[in-house]
Ligand binder design. Structure first.
Ligand code: ZN
Length: 222
């Protein structure tokens, strides 16, 4: 352990065949120190002390990034900050996600997940409903919605009559939910992404190509 500023930080120390010492901060925020075999304890300590300021700086940047990650969440295309609720309740308003003080990150994530899911159960069918009149001619029955967490796709249409939509679409602007819903419904008429498919997309959403670009930018969420 090493005291950095007012913090105790764990050091992963490894002695190996090398000429010089090397200090770095890992992606997990730990300190990694490699030293030559047989290095004297006093030398190692002196080396660490010499680089303490640099280490402290890196560590501070790391913590700031961590905090930023935990302090905001994207919902319907807007970044909401996560804050402690004085009323000790979980509540989502226009700009803020309020969480009880004693909750840890896992609890917050679970509550957010549930919230997204129950709202997807309202938003997604509503969007399908909006577009169904245009597509009802291509299918005997309206596809049945399944909300899923998917790692590689925003949506899909199965031949067995399901439309699968990614839960993460709840985090995107509504215009992109619309893009994905229309895209999947177009597959009722065209199975591939050929000229006919593109024509139908253009008939429905003249700006679908721009929306696809926007969707691509959000794909790191998956
Ligand atoms: Zn497709």
């Amino acid at each position: 352990m090493l005291t950095l500023g007012d913090e105790e930080v764990a050091i992963n120390l490894s002695a190996m065949r090398r000429k010089s010492m090397r200090l770095q901060l890992t992606a997990a925020g730990d300190v990694d120190l490699r030293i030559p075999l047989g290095a004297a304890r006093s030398e190692v300590l002196a080396f660490v002390r010499k680089h303490e300021h640099w280490l402290l700086q890196r560590r501070r940047e790391f913590l700031q990034r961590q905090q930023k990650k935990q302090q905001s969440v994207l919902i319907r295309g807007r970044e909401l900050t996560i804050e402690i609720s004085a009323l000790d309740e979980f509540l989502i308003t226009d700009q803020v996600v309020w969480v009880p003080q004693h909750w840890d990150a896992a609890q917050t994530e679970k509550a957010l997940d549930n919230w997204l899911r129950s709202n997807a159960r309202v938003d997604y069918p509503r969007m399908i409903e909006r577009w169904w009149p245009k597509f009802s001619q291509y299918a005997a029955q309206r596809p049945v919605l399944r909300v899923k967490k998917m790692r590689t796709r925003w949506g899909s249409l199965s031949q067995r009559g399901y439309i699968n939509l990614n839960l993460a679409l709840m985090q995107l602007p509504e215009s992109l939910l619309e893009l994905v819903v229309v895209h999947e419904l177009c597959h009722l008429r065209h199975f591939d992404h050929g000229a006919g498919f593109k024509q139908l997309m253009s008939d429905c959403l003249p700006d679908w190509r721009q929306r696809e670009q926007q969707l691509l930018a959000f794909s790191r969420l998956l």
